[in-house]
Design a protein around this ligand. Structure first.
Ligand code: SF4
Length: 309
């Protein structure tokens, strides 16, 4: 096993394959509406990272039912996770959040994934999720642990808010999935490795890795066009990805080692190559150089006193 695959982790946990059903709520993001910032993160498109969803004119229950009717027979799937995917899904009054997530209590739905920002986590929302009685995973955008890069991309939070949110979510016994963009040109390899170390120390459950896309209409598109943003190469991504995996705890599942971007709203994604080609490059490098997830994860648990123990 080169790395711990999330789909296998899910299959082991539930005894069969489990599929995610996207839910698109009518929400926005505090980094877009002026509460934290305006215009959003420098790379964020207007659909807030949700691409495969149904219209939010449908209720959560209707979307789940339709998606289940489509995905169930197609993949012979019997167990599902309701995935509240777009924008920041806890950015609403708790009573609205309750009304939305309670609709996921349906037959064959075993869990709820909620995608949100680290500064949109509070006990009131987690209490509601606990009430659903389902398995819960909170997906948090971190993107990078370099707080200067976080500032420069207008994330509207620093590393501290991410750590605060993770500790709170973990105190409820819920899982955490962290989203990371590995190839910000503002970051270097030390940032990438430190990111793997911090996620390992925090005992994050799952990681989704992405390359940096240029989405139409974003700040990064302007910077790309005026030459102030230079993208790294696919080879750089592969280098960073394998270094990240080596330093990441082998207990953490990898849901993606490269993202899949839609062509419609994206100027440049995955270096103009298909995602599976980059995935192949990563796997080939790992095979050729005998690299495994966690083979350099030797820094936790008192590494300097290990020789005495
Ligand atoms: S926090 Fe997420 S939804 Fe909000 S602007 Fe950033 S990437 Fe977009």
């Amino acid at each position: 096993m080169l790395y711990k695959e999330y789909s296998k982790t899910l299959a082991d946990k539930y005894g069969e394959k489990v599929y995610k059903l996207p839910v698109n709520l009518d929400v926005t993001c505090p980094n877009r509406d002026g509460t934290v910032g305006l215009g959003g993160c420098a790379y964020c498109g207007s659909c807030g990272a949700g691409y495969e969803s149904l219209s939010n004119a449908l209720s959560a229950k209707e979307q789940l039912k339709l998606n289940m009717e489509y995905i169930g027979p197609k993949y012979n799937a019997k167990k599902f996770i309701a995935y509240f995917q777009n924008f920041s899904n806890t950015y609403m009054p708790p009573e609205d959040f309750r009304a939305a997530v309670m609709q996921a209590r349906m037959e064959n739905i075993v869990g709820i994934d909620v995608s949100t920002r680290p500064d949109c986590i509070a006990p009131e929302y987690l209490d509601i999720l606990k009430e659903t009685g389902l398995d819960i995973c909170i997906e948090l955008g971190l993107q990078t642990v370099n707080y200067r890069t976080l500032q420069s991309i207008n994330r509207g939070h620093s590393l501290a808010e991410f750590i605060d949110a993770v500790l709170l979510v973990k105190s409820y016994g819920f899982e955490v999935c962290a989203h990371v963009i590995l190839d910000f040109p503002q970051d270097d390899m030390d940032d990438v490795i430190e990111c793997a170390k911090i996620l390992s120390a925090l005992k994050i459950n799952t990681v989704k890795l992405h390359s940096l896309y240029i989405v139409k209409g974003t700040q990064f598109e302007k910077m790309y066009d005026d030459g102030s943003l230079k993208l790294l190469s696919a080879e750089n991504y592969v280098e960073r990805c394998t270094a990240f995996l080596r330093h990441l705890s082998p207990d953490i599942s990898i849901a993606r080692i490269i993202g899949r971007a839609p062509e419609k709203d994206t100027r440049i994604a995955n270096f103009g190559m298909s995602w599976w080609k980059i995935k192949d490059m990563i796997l080939e490098k790992m095979e050729a150089e005998n690299i495994r997830q966690g083979d350099m994860c030797n820094y936790l648990g008192g590494s300097a006193v290990r020789k005495f123990l």
